[in-house]
Structure formats: C-alpha cells, structure tokens
Design a protein around this ligand. Sequence first.
Ligand code: FES
Length: 247
Amino acid sequence: MKATFRIWRQDTPNGQGGFKDYEVDGLNADMSFLEALDHLNEILVLRNEKVVAFEYDCREGICGQCGVYINGRAHGPHENITTCQLHMRSFEDGATIVIEPWRADAFPIIKDLIVDRSAFDRIIEQGGYISAKTGTAPEANAIPIGKEISDRAMDAAACIGCGACVATCKNASAALFTSAKINHLNSLPQGQPEAHKRVLEMTAQMEKEGFGHCTFTGACEVECPEGISIVNIAEMNARYLKAKLFS
Ligand code: FES
C-alpha cells in the first residue's frame, strides 16, 4: 500500500511551519496510523533527513497524547477512536493524507505535530483532585452511590485529556475537558468538600490559559474519542452558578 503524507513540519515553536509531502511505499492496511508514521521515520533516518516529531505513549487509546488532525478531523475519519487506534485500512491505496497538529493559541506548537498541552495540567492542578482521606483502599462497593450518579461520574471520568475538543472547536474552548473533570469529582460524595472551590478555580484557570468561550456548537462532542457529552458543559455551568451563589 502507498500513501502521500502531507505533514506539517515546524522546527521550533516560533519558527515558520509549512506542509511537506512524503510519498511512502511499503505500508500495509493493518498498520496503525502511528506505525505508518514510524515507517516514514525509518525511511527518513535512512535518507539522513529529520524525522517527523509526533507524540504518543500507550498506543491503545488511554493516555490521550497522540492527537493530530487528519484530513481535517481530530483523530481522523472515525468516531470514538484516537489516532493510535486508527488503521491504514481506513484510507484508499494511493491516498493523500493531510496531517496537522492541534491548532489553538492555548496549545502552542513545540515541533512538527507536537503541541504543548500543559494548560490542561494547570486546570487540573486547580481542583482535579479530592482531599478526602480514604485510608487503605476500601472495598469497591463499600460507599453506596446510586447507579445513575456513578454512571454519570464514570462517563465524565472517561476523558483522556487528548485536546481534540479544543482543536475542533471554532473558539478553541476547553469547556468539554474542564466540565468532564469537574463533573467527575463533583458528582461523587468524595468530591463534595471542594465542590464549589473546584468549579470556580478550574474555570478561572481555563480562562487564564486563553481558551475561547463555549458557544455550544457541539463540535467537541462529535470529535471526542471517548464520546464525552456536551451535557457536561451545561452541568458545569449550573454548578458554576450554584458555587457563585453559595460560596
Ligand atoms: S498514544 Fe495513548 S491515546 Fe493514543
């Protein structure tokens, strides 16, 4: 299988970037997308050219590090998968595949396809934790929590912080990410001691990082590989109002 990879190349954060085409032969349909990029890099090493910088860790849809724009969609053409879960069989033999980094002021490019997503870490630092002393690990079913609540918390906890929501939003808003992290903890009894503080401080940090405002277009929900619902954003807004009134 062959493909032309049209890849954004940028050496330094403030350098001039641009697309460069690479015709790659010897691919096969069962390769993951990241393996196809590995294959390209092996070719570049043999040619004594600079390899393409891209980010990954788990390569199984857990860590959220591998996000790139592929043919104009975050994580490529399929729903509910990350870039590392995408396979070359999703593309026609001989296709031209355009690969770009996330584009958002709050996610500056470090090199090629790698962006700095540490703004997400700073939002988490403002409240994405609980102070409840849990002692040794309790039996999982010892804290009674209604199924509806635990399902809601678990759905929000599925966010892997990949940044696709920001990259795909026309306002580069981080509302889906921030709301998932807030609702995960604020839904549960263990999250109550800091509930108001969490929503106020995490949203304040989100603003400070320069993410755009949410206008509820729903694009983030469509491209989120974990299927996080925009209902989380409405819930975060309600929690915010409550925190403003009662804290
Ligand atoms: S490399 Fe971890 S989610 Fe893709």
